[in-house]
Design a protein around this ligand. Sequence first.
Ligand code: COA
Length: 248
Amino acid sequence: MSETVLSETVAEGVRRITMNRPDRRNALDRASYRALIDALAEAEAASDIRAIVLTGAGGCFTSGNDIKDFAAAGAAIPRVAIDFLEAISTARKPIVAAVEGFAVGIGTTMLLHCDLAFAGRGASFRLPFVTLGLCPEGGSSYLMPLVAGPKKAAELLMLGEAFDAQAALEAGLLNAVTEEGEALGIATRKAAALAALPPESIALTKALLKRGGAAAVAETIATEARHFGERLVSAEAQAAFAAFLGRR
Ligand code: COA
């Protein structure tokens, strides 16, 4: 098993996948994306697994893409990040997210691909793509207006300000806000409930729910990735990365 992504069976039929770089607020470097892809594929292939819980270690979901990797990426979003987005957006088994602490960048946009999502009261969300001189990713330029409405999507994706769990709930990113520290317990119980239901019927229902938007999501992820790659080497983005990495 990878050190930066933990994968454990935690209840009957439930696989928990944990982003685990707490000293980096679970920032996703290339190895972490690879390990997430492998963990998802393994859970999808395991006949005894019927639902997946996705969470982060150390009271944090994830601070998003590792900014060191961004700074060194050259004119292409790391392919492995796109592969992860493709994997999570096309997963066949239900995914339940449990968020505590920070969910930044892809940490927020990956919630758009989870079937259910719960966050503790103290969770903080942010889509700082423009702040970093970048552009939306993960299909968010298509999905955010759908779930949040166009005005809210523009506010969150253009201003890039942090928003709390209640605002995330109102924006359609969550099913419920829990007491602080209780998101994982509730997400695990909901995953166990999904795992106890007829698996073929669950898989069909998920496929039907995703069907209408699937082609647009795939096309948007690919289009955003092309622009994102160009933005990575822009003067605006390189200045933002240097400011973050050199702040102390
Ligand atoms: N990439 C690389 N390193 C990161 C990181 C990221 N996305 N997020 C945090 N880290 C590192 C910090 O540089 C810091 O390293 P240091 O201990 O060597 O100084 C360490 O993780 C802890 O982060 P810190 O900022 O001290 O924690 P915090 O609790 O005060 O703040 C965040 C947490 C998530 C709000 C803040 O780290 C942050 O804004 N990170 C960047 C998020 C981001 O812009 N992601 C990209 C989105 S596209």
